[in-house]
Structures are given as C-alpha cells and as structure tokens.
Ligand binder design. Structure first.
Ligand SMILES: Cc1ncc(COP(=O)(O)O)c(C=O)c1O
Length: 394
C-alpha cells in the first residue's frame, strides 16, 4: 500500500521512549539536546513578528523564486557576511529541508546518489529517501580538528552521483570546510558534473575565535555548480517562521540553467508564504538582536566547556569551530545507547549519542550549546562526574 520512501517501522526508539517516560513521571531533566532556540530562554520581543501582518500580503502575486524585495534582503544578508550574491541568484524556500528537496528534484532522478558527510546531520537519510535518492557517505577524519577525507569522497563516487553535500559549520562536529578543501572538492566534482550543496545554516555562530574567516564559501565559486543553503531558522532563531534560501553559484551558463529549472520546480509548489516574503527585509534586520544573543550564549557555553582542558581527562571536549553543538569524547564503559539511557535515569541529563550522527566509533556525546549557561554548566558537570572527570566551574 505505502511507498518505500516512508520507513516501514515508525516505532519510537529506546531513548525517545525513556525520555517520554521520564517526563510523564514528572522527573526533572536537563535537556542538552535542545536545539529549538525558541525554547532556550532567549529574549524574543513580543512584536518581533509584527512585519508578518503587513497589509500588502493580502494580495497574492506568486513568484516561484520569491519576491524581489525578499531576495534582495537575503542578498544583503550575504553582504553582511562579506559575500557578493546578487538577488537574481537567490531562490527562496520554506526551510532548509525544503531546499534539499527542491535540489534533489533539480539534480537527481530516482535512484541517483548524493554524497553525505559522516558524521553529520541525521536528517539526510530521511530527506534523501523521501525524494527517492540514495545517500552515500564520505568521511570526516579527526586529528585535533575534523577534516574531509578527500579520498573517501573519490571512493564514494559512482556514475549515479549527482551532488556532494557539505555542512559547514557541520552539525555536530562544528568543523568548517576550508578554502583548500573546497578547491579539492571542486576539482573532483566539476569535471564529473557533480554539484556541491553547502549547508551553511550555522555560518553566523563562531566558537573558536577567527575560525569563520578561514572558512571556504561556495557562493563565490565560478568553477563548479554550487548551492549555498541558509535560513531564518538558525540565522535569527526563528524556525517556526519558515523561510530558507538557496544561493546559486558556478559557471555562468550552468548557474543560469540551474536557476531556470529551480524556478520550474518551485512553481509547482509555491511553498513560501507571501507574508513571510514581504516581512523578510524587516525580519532579517530585527533578527540581528536574536542572533547576537544566540552567538553570545553558544560561545560562552563552549568556552566554559573548553576551560576544563586537560583536567577533564579521561573525557575530552573536541574542538568545534562554529555552530550550536559540542562533542565530548568519553570512555567507552558501556555501549553509547546504554550510557545515554543511564545518564538520563541517574543523572537526569539528556544528551545525544554519537551513533545518532554516524560517528566512526564509540563513545561520543553530542551536546547542544543553546541551553541557558547555568543549566548547561550543571548538566555538563553531571555528565563529567559520571566518568570521574574533574570539573572546574567558570
Ligand atoms: C545542518 C542543518 N541544516 C538544516 C537544519 C534545519 O533547518 P530548517 O529549519 O531551515 O529546515 C538543521 C536543523 O537543525 C541543521 O542542523
């Protein structure tokens, strides 16, 4: 009856069941998996969304790639990041997930393949499946920081490869793709007709000072068809407003052909609401205040974690250049899932196990840097104490 794009087994996993039971029993827990900024104690002005009520949105004038003024506002947002992206190279989407779906439709036939980083964003698997596309993993290697194992990219390529996905800053490793890595990836992809899709939704959130200035950005590339993804969800902490975007770069005729086809795909759905498009310039301007609160919080929480340094042994906080997450390397006293369940039951702290993100081995724990600093510090102290790691409070 149902397509194989949708999983056969929709049952909740052990961790989800345990969390629901803990909550149902009224037992407290500090949630270090919280990645919803609207639940992390930031100060959102009550009238922040007033621009959505602009009366001009009473008229419906569909425009598949998005209204001019909204695309210009996104172009200005790239300029804020010192990137020159003309408005006519920008397509609006309802979210980053929507952007992936649009791009899979643009680039892939059913059964074609896209290369995805490992470890990385767990949603790639279901997103690809929903568009009948097959994800194939390439590896990130850790040695101090994370870098792309370029030979694993080459090994993963088949005649059906249509796109290489990079997440920069990556969720959850916090690693950035460097200019040099992008050059090497472009040299592999361009001659084979493989596009690069760069998810840059966390590009505003620097954790290691100076890291962002060393990051490569696809929006400025002329040698390979590339798509840069961004959105309000992370850039101003408004995932519920539902506005994302794709910036197209690459050799001129190819980029133009991609935009024409993107317009065709978007015209079939017209997924982006008129009110959000009209509000986009004002929201992007007003949202700077939310962005700076988030940036300050994640950087402070990361600094607090790193301040433990070698004193945390045998636990280790991995270097994270940017984003909303940090990774703890912890002793493998038991399987990751058992460990996470134990931390939940005995220490009342919820963290993500590394296997969720396809880490190459155990044991890694992923923590969100969004929670208020006092709760974050308390929860991290409990996790580290679990391993008899010494905790130095800020
Ligand atoms: C790497 C990455 N891309 C995209 C998204 C989701 O963005 P959106 O809400 O725009 O779909 C997330 C959300 O956590 C993410 O981690």
């Amino acid at each position: 009856m149902f397509s194989t794009r949708v999983p056969r087994d929709l049952a909740a996993n052990r961790l989800t069941i345990a969390v629901a039971a803990q909550r149902a029993a009224g037992r407290p827990l500090i949630d270090l998996t919280e990645s919803n900024p609207t639940r992390a104690g930031f100060d959102y002005p009550a009238d922040l969304l007033a621009p959505l009520a602009d009366a001009r949105a009473l008229a419906y004038a569909p425009s598949p790639l998005g209204l001019r003024e909204a695309r210009e506002a996104v172009s200005r947002d790239y300029a804020r990041q010192r990137l020159d992206v003309p408005a006519d190279r920008i397509a609006l989407t309802a979210s980053t997930s929507d952007a992936y779906s649009v791009l899979f439709k643009l680039l892939c036939d059913a059964g074609d393949e896209v290369l995805v980083p490992r470890p990385s964003y767990p949603l790639f698997e279901p997103l690809a499946a929903l568009d009948a596309v097959a994800p194939r993993a390439y590896d990130l290697d850790i040695h101090g920081g994370w870098t792309i194992d370029v030979s694993s990219v080459e090994r993963a390529i088949t005649p059906r490869t249509r796109a290489l996905l990079v997440v920069t800053p990556n969720n959850p490793t916090g690693s950035l793709v460097s200019d040099d890595e992008l050059d090497r990836l472009a040299a592999i992809c361009a001659p084979r007709g493989i596009a690069i899709v760069a998810d840059e939704v966390f590009a505003d959130y620097e954790l290691e000072p100076g890291a962002l200035s060393r990051a490569g950005r696809v929006a400025s590339r002329a040698d390979v068809l590339s798509f840069s993804l961004g959105g309000l969800s992370k850039s101003i902490g408004l995932p519920q407003v539902k506005l994302g975007w794709i910036a197209v770069a690459g050799p001129e005729p190819l980029a133009r052909a991609a935009l024409e086809r993107l317009e065709h795909v978007s015209d079939a759905y017209l997924a982006v609401s008129t009110p959000v498009q009209i509000a986009a310039p004002a929201l992007l301007a007003r949202g700077a205040a939310i962005r700076s609160q988030i940036a300050e919080r994640v950087a402070a929480n990361y600094r607090m974690l790193k301040a433990g340094g070698d004193a945390l042994a045998p636990c280790r906080v991995l270097r994270s250049d940017a984003g909303w997450y940090a990774v703890l390397h912890v002793p493998s006293l038991e399987p990751e899932e058992d460990l996470v369940l134990r931390l939940l039951a005995t220490d009342e702290v919820l963290v993500h196990p590394g296997y969720f993100f396809d880490f190459p081995r155990e044991s890694f724990l992923v923590v969100s840097l969004l929670p208020p600093t006092a709760a974050f510090a308390e929860a991290v102290a409990r996790v580290l104490r679990h391993f008899d790691c010494t905790v130095r409070r800020p």
